[in-house]
Design a protein. Structure first.
Length: 231
């Protein structure tokens, strides 16, 4: 691992996930991690975008909990099986992390429609490349095609023991297909078939409705910040 900056704390700011709470992060910059080194950070509750590694370090709140699915033991629920059936005509490819203009176009469309963001909040092409196409460890794209049309893309970081979901985007014209759920199901399947026992789904906050889907993938484990272990 090549450490580009020492660990430090961000300034406190309004929490984007819980109204009325203040938030801050512990973070550092690093590159050239081995898959084994990356495992150690995932296991301690870290997430990453490109070379930026971070985890919550909030003074009065520990509601932002890392969640990982036990992929080796996972089997889809009835509702998840319906999502799989609905998308049986979708082709999935796992490819190298290489930038293409059509992926950025999909990201812009997803951001505008799904999150009602205007151009100023979406960011530039250069920002997108720096955040999602600057690898610091092993990484892949999960690509979803309906015939020849790219309708969804997942960004996956890869460790020896896990696949970690960084971000997932989809074409809002196909919202009725529940592509976010479908993407997670196929990425869990990838983790399982590649011999990786875990699939990391980022942080889960019980009080945040937009994160309620994350605890629907059973069995899963939650990281206990105080005791520093998964349960």
């Amino acid at each position: 691992m090549k450490l580009l900056s020492s660990p430090r704390l961000s300034p406190e700011e309004a929490c984007p996930y819980i109204l009325g709470e203040m938030a801050r992060h512990e973070f550092f910059l690093a590159t050239d991690l081995t898959e084994e080194e990356f495992d150690t950070y995932l296991e301690k509750g870290f997430r990453k975008f490109g070379i930026y590694f971070f985890r919550p370090n909030c003074a009065h709140c520990q509601k932002c909990l890392p969640l990982r699915v036990r992929s080796k033991d996972f089997s889809p629920s009835k509702s998840q099986k319906r999502v799989l059936k609905k998308n049986k005509d979708v082709t999935i490819k796992f490819n190298s992390l290489v930038y293409r203009e059509e992926i950025f176009d999909l990201f812009v469309k997803h951001s505008k429609v799904r999150f009602k963001q205007d151009e100023s909040k979406i960011g530039s092409r250069e920002d997108f490349i720096q955040t999602h196409f600057t690898p610091s460890t092993s990484a892949l794209l999960s690509e979803f095609y309906l015939k020849d049309q790219l309708i969804a893309v997942g960004f996956l970081d890869i460790s020896k023991e896990a696949a970690s979901s960084v971000y997932f985007i989809y074409d809002p014209d196909f919202s009725e297909r529940s592509l976010g759920i479908f993407g997670a199901l196929k990425e869990i399947e990838f983790a399982k078939e590649s011999g990786r026992p875990y699939y990391y789904l980022g942080y889960y906050i019980k009080e945040n409705p937009s994160m309620s889907y994350k605890n629907q993938f059973h069995p899963f484990e939650i990281y206990d910040w105080k005791k520093e272990f998964w349960k």
